[in-house]
Design a protein around this ligand. Structure first.
Ligand SMILES: [Mg+2]
Length: 231
């Protein structure tokens, strides 16, 4: 029975989509509201999609209601599907396929996702890179926080609860590792005493991710990383 849980972030950790997500949100806003719909001033990296949607609506003077949230989310998904069809737009980052295969084959860890993405768009991004979301037994998405407003820091406990339900036993925070590319990933791990493997494949360099337990340039040293994750 796996005694470790490894939770991967998606954007700039497992895959790159050449900013297709951000472009799709802008296209969705332009389609629904106005050509002037702007993404300026909104922070994207490492944040939860529901918070990004709210910020985009507010930044464009559109009322944040259940209806406006739902229509922007729906249009975002449609535009993302279109953008991801462009060849070469989305790809798995170095070492990702090998690392997932290695960890899944060893059976020593339970693979999971902990991401700010909505489930439908997170699945699209992974699938565009040949990664099956269902290969990760524990999946925690950007809309899975039990709190309002939601926060990434809420998500590790959701992942641990799902692990515990799945295996009918508890898991200690130090047996959970969060793999991510932003200080938000590091902070959500550290808030609960989870371990953090930071990967400098996004917009933050190793120095900016120094709060993590281990920082790597990318995931290509698969044997070493797999040993660290199991250790
Ligand atoms: Mg990320």
């Amino acid at each position: 029975m796996p005694d470790r849980l490894v939770l991967f972030d998606i954007d700039a950790t497992l895959v790159t989509t050449s900013r297709a997500g951000i472009r799709s949100l802008q296209d969705a806003g332009r389609e629904l509201y106005a050509r002037e719909f702007t993404i300026d001033g909104v922070e994207f990296a490492g944040r939860l999609d529901p918070l990004i949607i709210d910020d985009l609506l507010a930044a464009n003077g559109i009322g944040v209601t259940e209806r406006s949230r739902a229509e922007l989310r729906e249009a975002y998904g449609r535009h993302l599907e279109r953008h991801l069809k462009v060849d070469g737009k989305a790809s798995a980052l170095p070492g990702v396929h090998r690392l997932i295969d290695l960890l899944a084959g060893e059976g020593a860890v339970t693979l999971g996702l902990l991401t700010g993405n909505f489930p439908e768009t997170g699945r699209m991004k992974l699938s565009a890179c040949g990664i099956e979301a269902d290969g990760f037994a524990v999946r925690v998405w950007g809309c899975d926080s039990p709190h309002d407003p939601p926060a990434r820091v809420d998500l590790p406990l959701v992942a641990m609860e799902r692990f515990e339900r799945m295996y009918a036993r508890s898991i200690a925070a130090q047996d959970v590792t969060i793999v991510g590319d932003t200080p938000h990933d590091v902070a959500c791990a550290k808030a609960h005493g989870c371990r953090c493997l930071a990967v400098a494949t996004g917009m933050f360099d190793a120095g900016e991710l120094a709060g993590a337990d281990h920082v790597v340039e990318d995931l290509s040293c698969t044997a070493e990383i797999s040993a660290w994750l199991r250790g």
